[in-house]
Design a protein around this ligand. Structure first.
Ligand code: CDP
Length: 217
């Protein structure tokens, strides 16, 4: 059997989607598209410009006029490397706000589809298998308990030197999930045909092995 052309990985915050996608890209020679990074870059650009994040028209203007590039695991906004700047707790909240808007999502979805043209891609996000690539050959839905996801995120943020408490991270994770699941357009959902993997108590290596068997049986 041929390995899949497109692999989608969806799931809530802190489930380990980006790490898994990065490892799949490395091991199996896929291009990794981190769709959340694009929303984060737009949210960040809006903040720099002082845009009101409840004003869809304003956010759309920003989204339509900027250049976001994904190069390996680095993210560039109008040519500037913003990889670290967008991966903050605030960056997640800003992303989630701009991601509520249908037309903003359309800009992002078109960009991602274009980036994927003619390539073998692994893409992670919230709507990768349900909306961006509904015909993907392999769809994964990665999840874990909110406490475990918050613990992972807390550890990651601490290692990066952020001064946050576990309780704050848990609250942020739960609130963002709520908002991502309940928005009217392209909400976080288990895509049809997806393989659901609960990573609670599993190491990344175990998860990678499980997914590896689906990619290269
Ligand atoms: O790494 P984490 O799961 O915390 O966040 P992310 O993947 O960088 O996504 C940040 C936010 O962008 C999410 O909370 C969603 O609101 C939004 N997003 C989305 O709406 N659709 C996607 N395909 C990817 C992210």
């Amino acid at each position: 059997m041929n390995s899949p052309e497109i692999v989608t990985i969806d799931g809530p915050a802190g489930a380990g989607k980006s790490t898994l996608a990065r490892e799949i890209a490395k091991r199996f020679g896929y291009l990794h598209l981190d769709s959340g990074a694009v929303y984060r870059a737009i949210g960040y650009a809006c903040k720099l410009k002082g845009v009101n994040l409840d004003d869809e028209g304003e956010v759309l203007k920003v989204a339509g006029n900027l250049k976001v590039e994904l190069k390996g695991s680095r993210v560039f906004l109008n040519g500037r490397d913003v990889t670290e700047a967008i991966r903050t707790p605030e960056g997640g909240i800003l992303a989630s706000k701009v991601a509520r808007f249908r037309e903003v999502r359309e800009v992002v979805v078109n960009l991602l589809r274009k980036m994927a043209e003619g390539k073998k891609v692994v893409i992670d996000g919230r709507d990768a298998g349900s909306y961006i690539f509904p015909k993907a050959d392999l769809k994964i839905y990665l999840t874990a308990s909110p406490e475990e996801r918050a613990r992972r995120r807390f550890k990651e943020l601490k290692e990066k030197g952020f001064n946050v408490s576990y309780e704050e991270v848990l609250k942020e994770v739960i609130e963002r999930d709520e908002s991502d699941r309940n928005r009217p357009f392209a909400p976080l959902t288990v895509p049809e045909g997806a393989v659901v993997i609960d990573t609670t108590g599993k190491s990344m290596e175990e998860v990678l092995e499980e997914v590896g068997k689906l990619i290269d049986p």
